[in-house]
Structures are given as structure tokens and as C-alpha cells.
Design a protein around this ligand. Structure first.
Ligand code: HEC
Length: 126
């Protein structure tokens, strides 16, 4: 009986981690199709948005020759380099994240898709 309770307790403890699975780069590649209209991730080429080569660890708002919005420049000065946490928050809702007018009008609402696309972008850097 005690053991059963212990197992039940363990399941409850593990369940939330299972629900929030880690990002999957293979799925993320598919999710990235949504970004492709505006971003290139494997070449240093700007489209509507700046290229995303080496995004993680790169200074926010720093692609040469790309004209960022004022809101992005202000936020970039505040956050410094992009990391997973900031990218996740940004792509969920750029306008809200920047607290001003973003040039990126796209929102990726599903958390799992955000994790997957982040995993994909990270996999490109290897
Ligand atoms: C409709 C076009 C569009 C789509 C779709 C789009 N973006 Fe963007 N993105 C932009 C623009 C424009 C900017 C520049 C934002 C600014 O200056 O305010 C940007 C900026 C960014 C930045 C900041 C880059 C830097 O140099 O600091 C990241 C990261 C980013 N986008 C990721 C994504 C991801 C990931 C997706 C797909 C899930 C995506 N974007 C989809 C247009 C888009």
C-alpha cells in the first residue's frame, strides 16, 4: 500500500515534465516553414526579416545591413545576446515582448512548436 502511494506520488511529480517535452529539431524543421517567408537560417541572407544564422549567442538586433524597428533596437540593448528563453518569449508574441511596434507580425502560439523550432535552429549551429 505504501509503495503504491509512493509510485502514485512519483507519477504526479513526473507528469508535468512529460507534458512539456523537450524541443524536437526534426519537427522544428517543419515548423520553420512558417518562418521561411521572412527568414533564412542557413545562409547570411536577409529577407523581410534578418537572417538567423548563429542566432543563439548572437547579439539581438545585430545583423549588418538589416534595418530593425526602434522597439527591437531598444530591447536589444536591454537583453544583449539571444538565448533560448528570450527567443521563446519573442516569437510567442513579438509585439508584447518588445513592448512596442515590432516589424515581425507573426506569432507562434503553440509552446511545443516554439520549443521544436528553437531545437531546430540550435541544431543548425553545430
Ligand atoms: C511575416 C514575416 C515574419 C515571419 C513569418 C517570422 N518573422 Fe521573425 N522577424 C521578422 C522581422 C520583420 C523581424 C525584425 C523585427 C524588428 O526589427 O522589429 C524579425 C526578427 C526575428 C528575430 C530577431 C533576430 C535578430 O537579429 O535579433 C528572431 C529570433 C526571429 N525573427 C525569429 C523568427 C522565427 C523563429 C519565426 C518562425 C517561427 C519567425 N521569426 C517568423 C519577420 C518575420
Amino acid at each position: 500500500m505504501k509503495l503504491k502511494l509512493a509510485i502514485a506520488g512519483l507519477m504526479i511529480a513526473i507528469a508535468p515534465t512529460l507534458a512539456h517535452a523537450e524541443g524536437d529539431a526534426v519537427k522544428g524543421k517543419k515548423v520553420f516553414k512558417k518562418c521561411k517567408a521572412c527568414h533564412v537560417a542557413d545562409k547570411e541572407k536577409n529577407k523581410v526579416g534578418p537572417h538567423l544564422v548563429g542566432l543563439f549567442g548572437r547579439a539581438a538586433g545585430s545583423v549588418e545591413g538589416y534595418k530593425y524597428s526602434k522597439a527591437m533596437k531598444a530591447k536589444a540593448a536591454e537583453i544583449g545576446n539571444w538565448d533560448e528563453e528570450h527567443v521563446m518569449a519573442y516569437i510567442a508574441n513579438p509585439k508584447k515582448y518588445l513592448g512596442g511596434k515590432s516589424k515581425m507580425t507573426f506569432k507562434l502560439k503553440k509552446e511545443q512548436q516554439r520549443k521544436d523550432v528553437v531545437a531546430y535552429l540550435k541544431s543548425l549551429a553545430k
